[in-house]
Design a binder for this molecule. Structure first.
Ligand SMILES: C[S@@+](CC[C@H](N)C(=O)[O-])C[C@H]1O[C@@H](n2cnc3c(N)ncnc32)[C@H](O)[C@@H]1O
Length: 310
């Protein structure tokens, strides 16, 4: 029987994921990507990697530098890249365990995995792939697929503290996708690092996509801290300076996403000022918009580029 071809897609739910915007983004990629003169893709706020997976299946990205400041996220990508078979065995065990646990006991199961995940972080050497990485990556995926809304949130002690999501079914094991993602990742260098470390990986044949934690639209907006640290306005300004620096020194094609403050306050010129001289486009997303984060609505998001629209 012919093997079923799977298109690589994010293996996690990740806040701010770009899956729903990929079609709209088509109008804003650099022409050089279509002409295949882009040789190198760089994504320093990787998260769920929706854009990377999309571009690698559509434009055949040969060489990528992917990084993020979330240690367990990067550990999991590296395990998928290098130890996917072992990971799949662990995921199968978690899937069976979840399926065979009655609904009333699933919260206990979730909490025991979360407790172990939080306690074990002190024993992990994040710098060197070792035997305890694959079971940890499996726990990370289990927690992501069973916690409330797939959120990743750390408290001030660095503990993952999202509650159980009460799902009847949870797709913990997706063998085809993990195998496909693993193949795609063979061409990628994956590192746990601060975004500015991508500097040395960029040249004039690079396409760099920045998807930082969004600037919150309201003071009461839910703050997602993926790393236990807040990405505040000063950090946004630093990032804008970094964008300018690469633009002037590397000649790479740059694209950056963020929230659009003018959705809430038309007088808020934060990004207009920070990215003056660049193209600022608006795309429409469906996101949680009210203060408690429960409601969804259409909202504009910004797409900033240092090259013109195709
Ligand atoms: C909006 S999410 C990215 C969403 C992603 N592009 C997707 O499609 O799912 C932002 C990511 O930036 C990471 N991050 C936060 N601060 C960072 C920093 N200073 N350097 C690098 N990554 C950072 C977070 O861990 C998070 O995964």
């Amino acid at each position: 029987m012919a093997e079923r071809k799977t298109e690589p897609k994010p293996f996690l739910k990740w806040a701010g994921g770009k899956s729903q915007l990929l079609e709209q983004f088509e109008n804003y990629y650099p022409n050089e990507l279509r002409k295949k003169s882009i040789k190198n893709y760089v994504e320093p706020f990787l998260g769920g990697g929706a854009l990377y997976f999309y571009l690698s299946r559509k434009y055949n990205i040969k060489n990528a530098f992917l990084s993020d400041l979330n240690k367990d996220l990067i550990l999991t990508y590296i395990v998928i890249q290098q130890k996917s078979e072992i990971l799949l065995d662990f995921l199968e065990q978690y899937q069976n365990l979840y399926n065979s646990t009655v609904q009333e006991k699933r919260n206990d199961l979730f909490l025991s995995v979360r407790k172990h995940f939080n306690e074990q972080r002190f024993e992990i050497n994040y710098k060197k792939l070792s035997e305890n990485w694959a079971p940890r990556a499996a726990q990370f995926i289990f927690l992501n697929k069973t916690c409330f809304n797939g959120l990743f949130r750390l408290n001030s002690k660095g503990e993952f503290n999202v509650p159980y999501g009460k799902y009847k079914t949870a797709a913990i094991l997706d063998t085809n996708n993990i195998a496909t993602v693993s193949k795609i990742l063979q061409n990628a260098e994956i590192t746990h690092s601060e975004y500015s470390n991508c500097y040395s990986k960029i040249n004039e044949k690079s396409f760099v996509y920045f998807d930082p934690p969004y600037r919150p639209l309201t003071k009461t907006a839910n703050f997602t801290t993926y790393t236990g640290m807040i990405f505040n306005d000063d950090n946004q300004i630093e990032l804008a300076k970094f964008f300018r620096k690469i633009d002037s020194e590397k000649g790479a094609k740059l694209m950056l996403s963020n929230s659009d403050p003018t959705s809430i306050n038309p007088k808020d010129k934060f990004f207009e000022n920070a990215y003056r001289g660049y193209n600022i486009f608006k795309v429409t997303a469906s996101r949680a918009v009210n203060c408690n984060g429960n409601g969804r609505g259409k909202i504009n998001e910004l797409l900033i580029t240092n090259y013109g629209k195709a």
